[in-house]
Design a protein around this ligand. Sequence first.
Ligand code: NAD
Ligand code: TYD
Length: 343
Amino acid sequence: MKKSKTILVTGGAGFIGSNFVYYLLKTHPEEKIVCVDCLTYAGNLSTLKEALQNKNFVFYKTNICNRKGIYEIFEAEKPDIVVNFAAESHVDRSIETPEIFLQTNVLGTQVMMDACRTYGVERFHQVSTDEVYGDLPLDRPDLFFTEETPIRASSPYSASKASADLLAQAYYRTYNLPVTVSRCSNNYGPYHFPEKLIPLTIANCLNDRPLPVYGEGKNVRDWLYVEDHCRAIDLIIRKGRVGEVYNVGGHNEMRNIDIVKLICDYLGKPYSLIRHVADRKGHDMRYAIDPAKIHNELGWLPETKFADGIRKTIEWYLTNREWWETIISGEYRDYYEKMYKNR
Ligand code: NAD
Ligand code: TYD
């Protein structure tokens, strides 16, 4: 009988990584999931509470930049597939402190790929982002990011992700490492850290606090429910072609201001809570993915409509208040003060 696979997931205590862990435990219950996460401010072990009860799940609190620690995990667990989510992920933080983004996102990815080369894997999957393409103008709704769109990162975050993405492709070309890369648009859903637009707006609404909107709020993001992203990655690691890049997104473009108003409407809060604050430096105007390749090759399409996804998300934040209240009452308070007080 064929041995069940072992999937190593880095960054599994964060937003998308944890959703991916739960997706795998549900869809491939026979497989072993090895989660590696150093639990930065964005990682939360309580998020993995249920996974930790599963005998097919194991957690290592290890930094992906720690070569010795990572090699020991590979030695012990012999993963078949590695999916690299671990990253510093917040654009605003990257503008304040770029260095940690280069360390984790670029050098950490290198360590992970070196481990894959040393121990041998079926697949290394790099979770990249549509932000590597820079942005599109608001007055050209006919334009979309395809996999051929040139890399043109805007922020230290997107530049670090672009570097890792290119490094992954270089490891394929140079060393024949079986690499795939996915470039996904903005995700939303459960366990999204409250520093990001959607959970921040929900949490502030529920606490009747001001809702910060950068600039005029006309910037457009292409929102995808996190489970659809997880399904896309699961398809790519099993059926995607080695050496290929796949864009992931669901043609769901929304202006920031409209998202904020929609959340206000859902929660019955007045628009007077909205505060237009100083714009983000280098703020990307519009992201929009053309997902034709993953659709044509792998049959992927998003399954969750935005109206359903945002309702499920808001309901999740209503019923899991303790999860985010604990976060926003900790060190996050200092971050929030620093970023928003005099903005
Ligand atoms: P997140 O910030 O919620 O989670 C990141 C996780 O990585 C945390 O658990 C953190 O503890 C861990 N981590 C950070 N540095 C680490 C290190 N050096 N070693 C080990 N673990 C470390 O991020 P997210 O939103 O879940 O994003 C996950 C991945 O998906 C990232 O690579 C991000 O670039 C990419 N991505 C995110 C989005 C989005 O909308 N959130 C969209 C496209 C791609
Ligand atoms: P964010 O959730 O940080 O994701 P990204 O920058 O990776 O797209 O931000 C989404 C959009 O919302 C982006 O255009 C910046 C804007 N934004 C605000 O207007 N106010 C906020 O407080 C935050 C965090 C973001």
